[in-house]
Design a protein around this ligand. Structure first.
Ligand code: HAM
Length: 423
């Protein structure tokens, strides 16, 4: 028989990795809520235009990476290719623009992209996503950066780097792209084939090039920062002034261009240390024209998406230890088959009273059950045999102390609770 493997670019999250995942998600949720974000859950798939009329415009990598198909009704469907367009679709569809603005939303979920898999890059990955919708104030840009910064601080990351840039707006971006194209066309013979291809499809992406020689070639290319309109220039200056006043370190990176099509003004990434080439743990920016692309009223917004796999990788490579996940502290062991029924009842009763309790499976001796309890890190083993049942008492073994006492069955739950809650 065929043994199946998971599809290329997907991964299983095994129990031993769950403490990392749980810690990352709990930190994210608690921070978002402390900063006034509310949770929004979205469908895992949308009608395809939600993505291809917005983030995945012509020439973007994303447009070639979407998991799209026609469903049985002939509808064009795409698995979530990114959050922001989906969040904005929900914002408009649910009339959230009548709420006090801005609306601050956070979400968790899978994102699907048919990319070339490598370390830190998957075809299904999970994101923590936040958006502030309904204000143009650069303070909102600051707010999402502060959330990312606090997140890294709470997880104890070392060596994180904040990269920011402005990509301009429809008033200044096209003229800048023209200047960039002129500059690159004049050096066409020095460009690698992939960059020539980018120059054709999406010239801004050439700035992202990792090809040899491009650092020098791009150093004297026109920088967007010097070609912004007054509005974009003031907006970026104000964001920088806030960051400077708060003494938050950042780098203005004129080569930072993001792969999605809707960005205006601020774009940023947060890079983590020690996890390889795919080191962006947060990526985001402003998208002041997105609402209109989806047929909504003009509504500016800013936010970020953050890859949870990359956070888990950062924690694991930097030696950040998450707290362990709770496991049942009680194990009910059966001494002789005659006590089986009473042991099942007791297991159920202890669980009903709120105590995490392991059920002992199979017919076996006490020694084997104690060995199992030890492996499962149970702190107390309740031993129930015929003698115990007759005396209406249980023998309780404290596994750490290797001591046993008798406890009346009637008082057992309270007795255990008092001890389990001591630590
Ligand atoms: P993005 O940069 O495409 O932005 O993705 C956000 C983050 O998701 C990245 O910084 C990275 O941590 C993670 N990520 C992306 N692709 C992969 C992958 N193939 N495997 C593992 N992790 C990945 C967006 O999606 C925007 N919607 C972010 C945003 C929100 N902009 C404004 N608001």
């Amino acid at each position: 028989m065929t043994r199946y493997q998971r599809p290329t670019g997907t991964h299983d999250i095994l129990p031993q990795d769950q403490p990392y995942w749980d810690y990352v998600k709990r930190t994210a949720r608690s921070l978002a809520e402390r900063m006034g974000f509310e949770r929004l859950d979205l469908p895992t798939f949308e009608y395809t235009p939600v993505f291809d009329k917005t983030a995945a415009g012509e020439g973007t990598d994303l447009s070639r990476e979407m998991y799209s198909f026609q469903d049985k009704d002939g509808q064009e469907i795409t698995f979530r290719a990114e959050f922001t367009a989906s969040v904005m679709r929900a914002f408009i569809e649910n009339g959230m623009y009548v709420l006090p603005l801005p609306v601050k939303l956070y979400s968790f979920g899978s994102v699907f992209r048919h990319e070339k898999p490598q370390q830190g890059r998957y075809r299904e990955h999970q994101q923590f996503n936040v958006e502030i919708i309904g204000t143009q104030d650069p303070l909102a840009d600051l707010e999402v950066l502060l959330l990312a910064e606090r997140f890294c601080a709470e997880l104890g990351y070392k060596g994180v780097s904040f990269q920011i840039n402005s990509t301009g707006c429809p008033a200044c971006k096209p003229a800048y792209i023209e200047k960039l194209v002129d500059y690159l066309q004049a050096r066409h013979d020095q460009l690698a084939p992939v960059d020539r291809d980018r120059l054709e499809r999406n010239p801004l992406r050439v700035l992202d090039s990792k090809e040899p020689g491009m650092d020098a070639l791009l150093a004297s290319a026109p920088h967007i920062i010097e070609h912004l309109c007054d509005d974009c220039r003031d907006h970026f200056a104000e964001l920088r002034a806030h960051l400077d006043r708060l003494k938050k370190p950042y780098t203005v990176n004129f080569r930072l261009v993001r792969g999605l099509d809707y960005y205006t003004k601020t774009v940023f990434e947060v890079w983590s240390e020690g996890i390889g080439a795919q080191n962006a743990v947060f990526g985001g920016g402003r998208y002041d024209g997105l609402a209109e692309m989806l047929g909504g009223p003009p509504t500016p917004g800013v936010g970020f998406g953050s890859g949870l796999e990359r956070h888990v990788m950062t924690m694991q490579t930097q030696g950040v230890e998450p707290p362990p996940l709770p496991r049942p502290p009680i194990f009910v062991a059966v001494l002789g088959e005659k006590a089986r029924q009473a042991a099942i009842d007791l297991t159920v009763e202890l669980r009903d009273s709120g105590l995490g309790t392991w059920m002992s499976f199979g017919q076996r001796g006490l020694k084997s059950q104690l060995r199992e309890a030890n492996k499962r890190d149970a702190r107390y083993v309740v031993i129930l045999g015929r003698d115990e049942i007759e005396a209406r008492q249980a023998t309780v073994r404290d596994m750490a102390q290797a001591e046993q006492v008798s406890v009346p069955l009637q008082e057992l739950a309270e007795w255990l609770k008092a001890r389990v809650s001591q630590t």
